[in-house]
Design a protein around this ligand. Structure first.
Ligand code: AMP
Length: 125
């Protein structure tokens, strides 16, 4: 059985304006705001407004407009943060193995400094 969206997650509350965020940009379909626990000089979260748990959900249910929008928002934010030329990283954590903490799809945009290797090499279990 597929997981049910929990509308009490923190990003749903931000989208309903029940709690504040440090907003960077917004379109009809997406919002971008600074991560509260920045892992790099620039750490921004790009979040679709509709209730998608993860990329699994989004890739099946989102419209082409929403899909195009999220990529254009990522690109807009990278440009606006002046990290387009120096480089950056975009990632989304999915599910248990992906260590996804907030169950509303979000893309992390990280940059503004060298980010090192992708992830530490893991022990294969
Ligand atoms: P993930 O582990 O991919 O689900 O990442 C969740 C991210 O949300 C973490 O990087 C948190 O620091 C960030 N976060 C949690 N609460 C807030 C909040 N209220 N405003 C901004 N970022 C948040």
């Amino acid at each position: 059985m597929s997981e049910k969206y929990d509308s009490n997650n923190i990003f749903a509350k931000i989208l309903r304006k029940e709690i504040a965020c440090n907003k960077v940009y917004e379109t009809n379909y997406s919002i971008a705001f600074r991560d509260i626990n920045a892992r790099a000089k620039c750490h921004i979260l790009i979040v679709p407004k509709k209730a998608y748990i993860s990329l699994n959900d989004f890739s099946i249910k989102a419209s082409n407009e929403e899909k195009a929008d999220i990529f254009s928002v990522i690109s807009w934010v990278a440009e606006n943060e002046n990290i387009k030329e120096s480089g950056y990283r975009v990632l989304t954590n999915v599910g248990e193995h992906g260590h996804q903490e907030v169950k509303h799809l979000h893309f992390h945009l990280l940059g503004g400094q060298p980010l090192g290797g992708m992830i530490k090499k893991l022990e294969i279990i």
